[in-house]
Ligand binder design. Structure first.
Ligand code: IPM
Ligand code: MG
Length: 371
């Protein structure tokens, strides 16, 4: 398969972890005879420093012409600490999501067996957890009208949803539930918010098209508690933009580190793949950031294009690295490895594993004389 991939490494640790994800994609391309071409572009604080614009026109052109976007991270403390800044790195990412129409953000949450002891939660609570969050990504309070009064004494952010925006994320969420354990939980605040009540009524209608799926409703405050209390109850969670942002960070505690959570942002014509973590400025340039979320995001990219075996190979290699303790300090304090070492280990495992598989196939075909 030929793919043109736009690489938007962004800020902080973004370039370091994205580089490892790209190396992994290259290893896959080589072993499975695909052709992945990359074009890099600036976004976020790096783009502001360069041109004053967090999403320059050149970048927009590159992403619009690409088959997929590999995204690193965004954000810089110099903007976080300045509430009056007119231009902010995050605007680049939000505009990108809007321009590409990436309305469905898919965030899988899994407990990795070798890391069960590592989570702050009890092993018994998290063992076997495997759910996926479908977060609406181009609407709600993130994109509603923002106002600040002239005297600076009040401000507002409007939360708005149209039925079509709700329906277009609910369908993939229901479909995902069909492929999994047939349970969909809509997280909202329908006891208070009008938009949430709209979500519920649209969900009830659409549920008729998926009679095999059990649809449940959960208030977001309760959901935040349930994710920690009994995360095994979840299969597919669907929710609006801001609730999804908050709950997915919370859910990363189950995996053991936010450096492990990957995501795919899907639209009708574009797709972007990014770790859910931020730019982790304290770690920038130190070669200590966990590249696994970025690498697992690359696996989601492969999956998106139907390259399931390739995606599984990457996931297997990631699991193996964790199992073998080849991990960055966030999940291996005793004997930590660097970002680059973890990436290299995974690349080598992919190569070795495929060589193994190929020779196994040969054995089965009776082509080997070694046994
Ligand atoms: C995320 C991030 C972004 C968001 C920020 C960087 C704008 O937290 O992807 O979860 O809030 O969506
Ligand atoms: Mg977030």
């Amino acid at each position: 398969m030929k793919l043109e991939i736009a690489v938007l490494a962004g800020d902080g640790i973004g370039p370091e972890v994205t580089k490892q994800a790209q190396n992994v994609l290259n290893a896959i391309a080589k072993e499975y005879q695909h052709e992945f071409k990359y074009q890099s572009a600036l976004v976020g604080a790096a783009a502001i420093d360069d041109s004053g614009d967090p999403l320059p026109d050149d970048t927009i052109k590159i992403v619009q012409n690409a088959d997929a976007v590999l995204f690193g991270a965004i954000g810089d403390p110099k903007y976080d600490n300045d509430p009056s800044a007119k231009v902010r790195p995050e605007q680049g990412l939000l505009k990108l999501r809007k321009i590409l129409g990436l309305y469905a953000n898919v965030r899988p949450v899994q407990a990795f067996k070798p890391l069960l002891h590592h989570s702050n939660l009890k092993e018994a609570v998290i063992e076997g957890v495997d759910f996926v969050i479908y977060r609406e990504l181009t609407g709600g309070i993130y994109f509603g009208e923002k106002k600040k009064s002239e005297d600076g004494k009040s401000a507002s952010d409007l939360c708005e949803y149209a039925t079509y925006e709700i329906a277009r994320i609910l369908h993939p969420a229901f479909k995902a539930a069909m492929q999994r354990n047939k349970k969909l939980t809509l997280v909202d605040k329908a006891n208070v918010l009008e938009t949430s009540r709209l979500w519920r009524s649209v969900a009830k209608e659409i549920a008729k098209e998926y009679p095999e799926v059990t649809l449940e409703f959960l208030f977001v405050d309760n959901a935040a508690m349930q994710i920690i209390l009994n995360p095994k109850q979840f299969d597919v969670v669907v929710t609006e933009n801001m609730f999804g942002d908050i709950l997915s960070d919370e859910a990363s505690v189950i995996a053991g580190s936010i450096g492990l959570l990957a995501s795919a942002s899907i639209g009708d014509t574009s797709a972007l793949f990014e770790p859910i973590h931020g730019s982790y400025p304290q770690a920038t340039g130190k070669n200590i950031a966990n590249p696994l979320a970025a690498i697992l995001s690359a696996a989601m990219l492969l999956e998106h294009f139907g390259l399931q075996e390739e995606a599984d190979t990457v996931k297997q290699a990631v699991e193996k690295s964790i199992e073998d303790g080849v991990s960055t300090p966030d999940i291996n304090k005793e004997n930590p490895k660097t970002t680059v070492e973890v990436g290299e280990y995974i690349v080598n495992y992919i190569r070795g594993n495929i060589i193994c598989k190929k020779s196994n196939e040969n054995i089965h075909l009776g082509q080997s004389t070694i046994i």
